[in-house]
Write a protein of this length. Structure first.
Length: 511
């Protein structure tokens, strides 16, 4: 059979175990996304038990973010080289081991080390999971459903983490926010080992690009750490500025290196395609807006409204429901009928409308009247946009590049999360300080009330920026993404230039 024939959906039997495989891939993705937020709720208890200072507590989050964000491209390339199934199973095993170490931590250093290990194995696991979907689902409509489920988990898992983290911390112990990963990982690894069958010949056996690995890892670590420091030490801090300068130099050197070497870590064709480039950029911006808002809402509900951790987690349920509906009922159903940009652009705008509502929050805002509809809109919009974005992440790539193309989506999300938390927190803190300074002199007897009003004013100011960021993300998606309907998909083994008339190239079979 010719390569062209093998590349066309329907000319060969689909993998009979693909839907069972999706269950285990989705379970692993849920575990990784949960971990990003579940630990945040447990952090105060863990800090007290382990005697971690206020200055060092950020490393519980930062150690994970640096390892995960810095090594994602390397992890994606390793998945292409070793095989995605092997990388997936090893990533799960390592993540479970690191989680066990975190749950058993007896000191701050042991905790920080376990979090860094989680990040390292997460960087291997996450791109392997997404690229497995890309090569196992060959039918366009089935791919739409599979990516709908994956997109809903990627978007809503963080909010689920808030609920689970609240329950475990309040009713058991903070250590269970780590131990809970172990059954997830064991079940997903065992299931993957038994049911996943990766298409033959889809590996990229080119020698590893060591200079590319070093430059990309150091560049991304500098970038993520720069934003983390900006949040705590300010944008004008000499160390913060130095990290940003170093990151720019390293990443420019990385691009130059990739253009010259024979077997690059990140083939530039992966990111210069306008559809994939539009996805990476718009998704990264959307995550910037979303991550900061998660944080503000958590603080608003707990500090201002007095919600318990568990009640706060449940307050996020409408967002999860919106994301699942947007991904599986809107995105997946329409993706085979309309161009992806007509889902991504409007999806980001609906999310922006939800943000617009949230920007109206005040000290006495009612949950049902304001926050509930805002969360529904935010979830619905993000879910609708995430699904085609995840599917387009591997648009037109050769199967041997599927791992690194998938890693780019995770990189844009991880870097976007770091930027969002630092940038929006800085804006909120500045607005809060300004508000308190202007009002405290005239209300000395109500200083605590003014402090709370200042915090809410800060949250609202930052959320206004998030509205603007989502509008920009929508504009980028509508302008750059021009792939046609997956329902009429043509499949190519080559990375083609895409015009408005192009269809979605599905990377399904081996070279």
């Amino acid at each position: 059979m010719s390569e062209t024939a093998r590349n066309i959906p329907g000319t060969s039997a689909p993998d009979p175990s693909r839907w069972r495989a999706l269950v285990f891939i989705a379970l692993a993705q849920l575990m990784v996304v949960l971990d990003a937020t579940i630990v945040n709720i447990a952090l105060p208890s863990a800090q007290q038990d382990l005697g971690i200072s206020d200055g060092n507590r950020q490393w519980v989050v930062t150690a994970y973010a640096l390892a995960f964000g810095g090594l994602l491209l390397f992890g994606g390339r390793v998945a292409d080289l070793w095989g995605r199934k092997r990388a997936f199973v090893i990533g799960l095993g390592g993540f479970a081991l690191a989680s066990a170490l975190g749950g058993a931590a007896q000191s701050g250093a042991m905790m920080f080390g376990s979090r860094a290990l989680q990040g390292i194995f997460g960087a291997l696991l996450a791109p392997a999971a997404l690229s497995l979907l890309a090569v196992m689902f060959t039918d366009a409509k089935e791919r739409a459903k599979a990516f709908g489920i994956y997109g809903a988990i990627a978007g809503g898992g963080g909010a689920v983490g808030l609920i689970l983290g609240g329950f475990l911390t309040e009713y058991l112990d903070w250590r269970w926010t780590f131990f809970v990963n172990i059954p997830f990982a064991v079940v997903a690894a065992a299931g993957a080992y038994l049911v996943i069958r990766e298409p033959e010949g889809s590996r990229n056996r080119s020698p590893l690009d060591i200079p590319g690995v070093i430059l990309s890892t150091l560049g991304l670590v500098s970038l993520v750490y720069g934003f983390t420091r900006a949040e705590s030490d300010g944008w004008g801090d000499s160390m913060t500025v130095g990290l940003f300068v170093a990151s720019a130099v390293l990443l420019v050197a990385f691009v130059i290196t990739e253009a010259k070497v024979k077997a690059p870590l990140l083939p530039l064709r992966v990111i210069t395609d306008r559809n994939r480039g539009g996805v990476y950029l718009s998704l990264g911006l959307a995550i910037i807006a979303m991550f900061g808002t998660f944080l503000f809402l958590t603080y608003y509900l707990q500090v201002v409204k007095g919600f318990s951790p568990v009640k706060t987690g449940f307050a996020f349920l409408p967002m999860i429901a919106g994301m699942i509906t947007g991904s599986t009922q809107i995105g997946a159903r329409l993706m085979t009928r309309v161009p992806a940009r007509l889902l991504m652009g409007p999806g980001f705008l609906v999310a922006a409308a939800g943000m617009f509502l949230l920007a109206q929050i005040e000290l006495d805002s009612a949950y049902a009247a304001l926050i509930l509809p805002a969360m529904l809109l935010l979830g619905l919009g993000m879910g609708t946009a995430f699904m085609p974005a995840m599917a387009l992440a591997t648009h037109g790539v050769q199967p041997r590049d599927a791992g690194v193309a998938s890693a780019m989506v995770n990189t844009s999300q991880q870097v976007g999360g770091a930027i969002g938390t630092a940038l929006l927190n800085t804006i909120a803190a500045s607005a809060t300080t300004s508000y308190i300074k202007d009002h405290i002199a005239t209300a000395t007897s109500k200083s605590q009330l003014v402090q709370l009003q200042g915090q809410v004013h800060g949250y609202a100011s930052a959320i206004w920026f998030a509205v603007g960021i989502l509008v920009v993300a929508a504009a980028i998606a509508l302008t750059l993404v021009n792939a046609g309907r997956p329902g009429a998909a043509s499949v190519s083994g080559q990375d083609t230039g895409t015009g408005a008339e192009d269809e979605l190239h599905v990377p399904v079979v081996a070279h």
